[in-house]
Write a protein that binds this ligand. Structure first.
Ligand code: ZN
Length: 309
């Protein structure tokens, strides 16, 4: 049994068919965790879909109407880079509901992982790069509106810059954003996060981890959040089709542990979302996301041991 809950719903699948975004990965991660006895059925919680009023904490009424009715223009669809369907929209509403629930459970248990989400390219009035709505921003605003937290930090380690998240929280002193990403990659331009770590092509494990650690120290020096949302991402992997960094499977797991150890050191609960992952072999993407679960498990277990002493 895991020391925290995993959030999963079969409706997480966007049903994109043949697409570089393997949205069946959510189900494959869920099934693999159970098959390999890394999790048991009682470790999982099912989210409700976000309510429209949750989505409207971040997004414009006009954008919500376009998404729910399918009335997107050609340019809007091209920017989104995924076809519109009822199943796709439902999946995004479930992803946002999953991130809200992950935030709530992280506040209770210290950690929580939703096996979806991390749709960090969505802006208030438009979507981009497979991201119609920004589930993490919605979850942060829901928790703040409910009075569950006053402040939040979003640490985004997806290979792509978290442009939507940076734009949504830009100038907002209650939310601190950190993004570590490949500089020479989508999106262009990159609106400023509080901390942006722009990496050169093919950056490998050692360089990546050193730069991330230095900036995590700085982030926690400057800001003490009520919760940390991790937009993890499997696409900083060296074999990713849409990424150009050089991280190994081991490096990616160390990356996750680094984020969780810094949060733990400062007593900050962590809610985790998966974000991108487009490895040539989908099994690598599945393994990287599962390793994120195991990284959180290891850090959470050490936390329990430390508090027992
Ligand atoms: Zn990405």
């Amino acid at each position: 049994m895991l020391p925290f809950k995993l959030i999963y719903h079969e409706k997480y699948d966007l049903h994109l068919g043949a697409h570089v975004f393997p949205s069946q990965k959510y189900r494959l991660i869920y099934e693999t965790l159970l098959r390999e006895n890394l999790a048991e059925p009682s470790d999982f919680l099912q989210p409700e879909p976000a309510r429209d009023e949750d989505v409207l904490l971040v997004h414009s009424k006009e954008w919500l109407r376009k998404l729910t009715t399918g009335k997107l223009g050609v340019a809007e669809l091209m920017r989104l880079e995924i076809p519109w369907s009822k199943e796709m929209i439902e999946a995004c509403w479930y992803a946002a509901g999953g991130s809200i629930l992950a935030g709530r459970r992280a506040l209770e248990d210290g950690f929580c992982i939703s096996l979806a989400g991390g749709l960090h390219h969505a802006f208030p009035d438009h979507g981009e790069g497979f991201c119609p709505i920004n589930d993490v921003a919605i979850a942060v605003r829901r928790l703040q509106t409910d009075g569950a937290v006053e402040t939040a930090m979003v640490v985004d380690t997806d290979v792509h810059h978290g442009n939507g998240t940076a734009a949504i929280f830009g100038g907002d002193g209650t939310v601190f954003t950190l993004s570590i990403h490949q500089e020479n990659n989508y999106p262009m331009p990159k609106p400023p996060s509080n901390i942006d770590i722009h990496l050169a092509d093919r950056t490998g494990d050692a360089d990546y981890l050193a730069k991330l650690e230095k900036q995590l120290l700085r982030a926690f020096d400057e800001f003490h959040p009520g919760i940390l949302f991790h937009v993890s991402g499997a696409d900083a992997y060296k074999e990713d089709q849409l990424g150009g960094l050089g991280l190994t499977l081991e490096g990616l797991q160390q990356r996750d542990k680094l984020v969780y150890e810094h949060a733990r050191r400062h007593g900050v609960p962590v809610a985790i979302t998966l974000a991108g992952g487009y490895a040539r072999d989908v099994n690598d993407t599945i393994r990287i996301h599962i390793n994120t679960v195991l990284a959180a498990r290891d850090v959470a277990a050490r936390k329990n041991n430390a508090s027992r002493r």
